[in-house]
Ligand binder design. Structure first.
Ligand code: PLP
Length: 477
């Protein structure tokens, strides 16, 4: 019989241990067996609806059966983003301490909203934010918070930019034609009209064209618009290209326009010397968004938003509320809810802190460097190949290339057909997974090489495979 005082949602310690142990075993089995699995799996809706649909049951079923259903039919139907041969979109391979941190934070039921509610993880957030501040090269006055990712961070940045510029009535925001859709969404949410989001063309290397930006801003000022912010790229997701950051910083400060750097993809390359050189200038931007769930090996969601002047965040987001009046702990005890949109917040700092404490920065640095090195080596492979063509310079971890044998005279339409065919065959038949992009309208295959488990053999065999499938597709065309 159920105790009257309880809602019936508890489990005995033994049941909890058994379930957790089964879940842990399944996770370890999955992670250690990834190599032999396909890098992608998925299922059609009709099939999944039959297995997983239906109204909520009035009475529960054994927890083990629910867990088995999840382990068999839900979780495996997903891209294995952490597979050594997952090169599509932006991969991510979380460390085990990071995974455990999310589990522990859930179990301790942490809400990292205020110092009063969770001082331990608030302290860790201070520490992690300070690490990131240092990696960017920001001054002590900088500040920030951990966010769900690049999308929400850029909304918070552009709202701060809007408030710092006096909430103009006719604001405009500028970004390159390669910028992530998240920047456009952020500008819209910050109150910029769709037609006032300016997509500035890029040069042949997909970097924002400064002359066209200057001309556009001058024209907008003449028409009575208020240039409010520029979103620069520190690693576009399509090609890895980096906008001229230092030039942009100088220009923005002379024009009194906020510079936000979208470093969601490329930002954590800053922990390496190579990355620091590539992103030179970032330290002068007004705000920077970076994703630890991309190139810093954390489970989703782990973004960071940093402002050169941290106070701008609290100017916007610290809003008194009667029911929270007891949460003011006093000077030097920040409430992270006062720095961004969310009140209830996950303890994102815990995973970053635990994994860095466990492995140390030397290992993190070499894991990030591994992606940079493998991508460069892949670039050389493609340059040396008589079947493949390099489509863009290799920047950060991205390789854009296609099948285009020197010995064949192919027009653009047939090249696109052949390369699409290669992509489809890899998708359905092979262990490896990668995706494509469009380079000013030209179809390109694309590898994004970030996972810390990826080796040169993984990359080389994938490129060998593309060459072989490309030759076959051409001979069948
Ligand atoms: C360059 C860039 N900016 C922004 C985003 C959006 O970030 P998130 O998915 O963390 O919201 C991404 C995601 O891939 C990205 O690559």
């Amino acid at each position: 019989m159920q105790d009257d005082k309880q809602g019936g949602l508890e489990m005995s310690p033994q049941e909890m241990r058994q379930l957790a142990s089964r879940a842990t075993d399944a996770l370890i089995e999955r992670i250690s067996g990834l190599d032999g699995e396909n890098a992608w799996d998925g299922e059609f809706r009709q099939v999944l609806e039959e297995r997983l649909g239906g109204p909520p049951p009035e009475n529960g079923q054994p927890a083990e059966s629910v867990l088995e259903l999840v382990l068999n039919d839900v979780l495996p139907n997903a891209a294995r983003l952490d597979h050594p041969r997952f090169f599509g979109f932006v991969p991510s391979s979380p460390t085990w301490p990071g995974i455990l941190a999310d589990f522990l934070a859930s179990g301790f039921n942490i809400n990292s909203c205020t110092w009063l509610v969770s001082s331990g993880t608030s302290q860790l957030e201070l520490v992690v934010v300070d690490w990131i501040r240092d990696w960017i090269g920001y001054p002590e006055t900088a500040g920030g918070l951990l966010t769900s990712g690049g999308s929400t961070g850029s909304v918070e940045a552009l709202v701060a930019a809007r408030e710092a510029s006096g909430h103009p009535i006719r604001p405009t925001v500028y970004m390159s034609d390669q910028s992530h859709s998240a920047m456009k969404k952020a500008a819209l949410i910050a109150g910029v009209r769709r037609e006032h989001i300016r997509l500035v063309p890029t040069d042949n290397d997909f970097r924002l064209d400064m002359d066209l930006l200057r001309a556009q801003i001058a024209e907008d000022r003449t028409s009575g618009l208020h240039p409010m912010a520029i979103c620069a790229n520190a690693g576009t997701s399509s090609t890895g290209s980096i906008d001229p950051l230092q030039e942009l910083c100088d220009f923005c400060s002379s024009e009194n326009v906020w510079l936000h750097v979208d470093a969601a993809y490329g930002g954590f390359s800053l922990v390496t010397e190579d990355g620091k050189k590539l992103l030179e200038g970032i330290q002068d931007a007004d705000s920077v968004g970076l994703d630890a769930h991309k190139w810093f090996f954390q489970p989703y969601e782990a973004g960071a938003l940093m402002l050169k002047n941290g106070q701008h965040l609290e100017n916007v987001y610290a809003i008194d509320h009667d029911v929270l009046q007891d949460t003011v702990w006093g000077a030097n005890h920040p409430n992270f809810a006062d720095r961004g949109q969310q009140l209830s917040r996950a303890a994102r700092a815990l995973k970053i802190w635990m994994s860095v404490q466990t492995f140390g920065m030397a290992k993190f640095r070499s894991a990030v460097q591994n992606g940079l090195d493998l991508a460069r080596r892949a670039g050389q492979y493609v340059r040396d190949s008589s079947v493949l063509e390099l489509m863009t310079p290799v920047v950060l971890g991205v390789l854009c290339f296609r099948v285009n044998p020197e010995s064949e005279e192919c027009d653009e339409a047939s090249l696109e057909k052949v390369n699409r065919e290669v992509l489809v065959r890899v998708f359905w038949d092979e262990l490896t997974f990668f995706s494509s992009t469009s380079l000013k309208g030209v179809f390109s295959l694309r590898l994004c090489i970030l996972n810390h488990t990826t080796t040169w053999e993984d990359v080389r065999e994938t490129l060998d495979l593309v060459s072989q499938l490309g030759r076959e597709a051409l001979s069948e065309a």
